[in-house]
Design a protein around this ligand. Structure first.
Ligand code: SAM
Length: 414
């Protein structure tokens, strides 16, 4: 039962039941998967799942990586993971007319469990840490504090780019269940939960790197979004994704999974950035490191079998439509990469994004270029030094395209 499609096994440890309230108002340090035990269980109940200790995850640290000794799993009680991954094919099981009623067993078993130790076996590659071997996943970005800080900065730039909005989809103000797939530092999920205190927000990621002190209505689960989703059909009002470029082999399958789990009439939104550094005035030109950056990344994505050119290929709108979403709306923005725009808001976006890049550039590049393109680390550092120098010069007007796409699941009978 615990075999994933990737052939890896998950070790499951018993569920912790504790929950401690935080000292200040709505903020609580969650110490167990209590949020999962709400009126309508969000995850499918596990069937005959493995018993604790019955399985050991086979962990191999490949290539030049080494493994960081894991922290004891019970030292991180506020993240959970799905208690099992199903082998059954939900595409077959899913009945479009079955609104919210799961046919699966109601045996009272919890559908999430506290973290297994193997999840914390981060790999170290050239001084940066990366997610443990989990499911089918191969995410190229580090999960260390430096990269998380860069993600947080980008979050502020992205939100400002959207004129202080966390999303564009026309979801109702009384939105109830929300999923943020590949939540990273968890900052989007936390901000959303703050803004919509009545909503129950779940953030999933390969790494349990989100903070412990979060609003009481948000929780985090370690999960590989490229496996069959174990959420119940028709359970979410809104599914959000951001910057999964380079992480997904089969985008159509990802959106099909989301379609299944969204309520009729609910929304999905995906915010994706291009990795190509563009300019309208030719200030980013052939021969420059900034010009080469995107092309190098596209090649690395191709090698990995996980496209980076998601915006260029229109993968999101096509994938959402193919999954069955309707009223698909696509918006494109120029994300300034330095503080060059005359417009005050966009100049601030550029300044923050420049700061984020300084923190994050090495993390974006190191795994992809050394592991996929077989560059020496010194060559990567040289490229990074050139990029930093070019971005610091006042002569460039660089930006990256951002594409925000949302769509709606059909109502029953529509
Ligand atoms: C570029 S970061 C974006 C983080 C966050 N969405 C944001 O915009 O702040 C991509 C995130 O997706 C996560 N990720 C990549 N592949 C994943 C997968 N197969 N399942 C779940 N999360 C994944 C990574 O661990 C990382 O945290």
């Amino acid at each position: 039962m615990a075999d994933s499609p990737g052939g890896k096994e998950r070790r499951v440890v018993p569920v912790e039941e504790e929950e401690a309230s935080g000292p200040n108002g709505g903020v609580a340090e969650t110490k167990g998967p209590k949020h999962a035990e709400t009126e309508t269980e969000t995850r499918e109940q596990p069937a005959a799942g493995p018993k604790p200790g019955q399985e050991e995850q086979q962990h191999e640290a490949g290539g030049e990586s080494s493994t960081v000794a894991p922290a004891p799993a019970d030292a991180l009680p506020h993240w959970t993971q799905p208690a099992c991954h199903p082998l059954q094919n939900y595409e077959e099981d899913f009945d479009e007319d079955d609104d919210n009623d799961s046919a699966l067993g109601d045996d009272g078993a919890s559908s999430t469990a506290s973290l297994s130790a193997s999840i914390l076996e981060y790999r170290t590659i050239h001084g940066r840490t990366y997610h443990s071997n989990i499911g089918n996943a191969e995410y190229w970005g580090p999960n260390d504090d430096r990269q998380l800080e860069s993600m947080d900065l980008s979050h502020h730039a992205f939100t400002l780019l959207l004129e202080d909005k966390l999303f564009l989809a026309p979801i109702p103000d009384d939105v109830q269940k929300v999923l943020d797939v590949g939540t990273g530092s968890g900052i989007w999920a936390i901000d959303f939960a703050d803004k919509y205190p009545q909503a129950e927000v779940i953030g999933t990621d390969l790494s349990p790197t989100q903070p412990g002190w979060v609003p009481a209505n948000v929780k985090f689960e370690v999960d590989d979004a490229t496996l069959v989703w174990t959420f119940r059909p028709n359970v979410f009002d809104f599914v959000h994704m951001r910057d999964l470029f380079g992480s997904i082999q089969d985008w159509n399958s990802l959106y099909r999974q989301a379609y299944k789990c969204i309520k009729p009439g609910g929304y999905i939104e995906d915010f994706e950035c291009s990795v190509v550094i563009s300019s309208d005035d030719g200030s980013v030109a052939p021969g420059m490191a900034c010009y080469d950056w995107g092309r190098i990344f596209h090649e690395a994505g191709r090698k990995m079998g996980r496209p980076m050119d998601v915006v260029e290929r229109g993968i999101v709108p096509a994938g959402l439509k193919a999954a069955g979403f309707v009223d698909v709306v696509e918006r494109r923005y120029r994300l300034p990469l330095t503080a060059w725009p005359a417009d005050k808001r966009l100049r601030e976006v550029g300044a923050i994004q420049h700061w984020a890049a300084q923190e994050g550039l090495e993390g974006y590049a190191m795994y992809l270029l050394t592991q996929q393109l077989k560059w020496a680390p010194e060559r990567v550092q040289l490229l990074l030094a050139c990029i930093r120098k070019e971005l610091r010069s006042n002569k460039l007007h660089p930006y990256a395209w951002v594409q925000v796409t949302y769509g709606r699941k059909l109502e029953v009978g529509e």
